[in-house]
Design a binder for this molecule. Structure first.
Ligand code: THU
Length: 141
């Protein structure tokens, strides 16, 4: 992924974050997921009064893409922070364990890149293997 492509993915994650439904945590998250062919699917977190049914931004993006028939992904950008932070966020928001496992289902752990960003220019990239070492996948069954 080029620097420009990375910036675009972060931009899309920030755009998706605007639609975060997070009235309970006031922590708004946006994600932008890139397919092998270069298409981008986005997601934001969606909370619920009963708490349990809440969905993370990353899984929202994956569900959106998978329901369109997509199965191969190369990268995801994640941006999360207090709802009042709009254009930039103050910390990196790393994907939760459940989302890492969902990524493991559809991505090559050594190739798939997770970009966490505070802004378009302040970002860190990690492979899924780094964030989910010794993960469990279909080839382990
Ligand atoms: N959240 C995400 O959207 N992605 C993550 O990887 C971590 C947490 C959401 C869930 C909840 O709506 C809010 O952030 C606070 O946990």
């Amino acid at each position: 992924m080029t620097e420009e492509e990375k910036k675009e993915l972060i931009r899309e994650a920030f755009k998706a974050r605007r639609n975060s439904y997070s009235p309970y945590s006031h922590f708004a998250v946006g994600a932008a997921l890139k397919t092998k062919e270069g298409k981008i699917y986005t997601g934001s977190n969606m909370e619920n009064a009963a708490f349990g049914p809440g969905v993370c931004a990353e899984r929202c993006a994956f569900a959106c893409a998978v329901k369109e028939g997509e199965r191969e992904f190369v990268a995801i950008a994640v941006v999360g922070g207090k709802a009042e932070e709009k254009e930039e966020v103050s910390d990196f928001a790393y994907p939760c364990g459940v989302c890492r496992q969902v990524m493991r289902e559809f991505a090559d752990p050594d190739e798939f890149v997770i970009v966490v960003a505070k802004s378009e220019t302040e970002a860190e990239s990690h492979t899924l293997s780094e964030l989910l070492p010794y993960g469990f996948g279909k080839e382990n069954m």
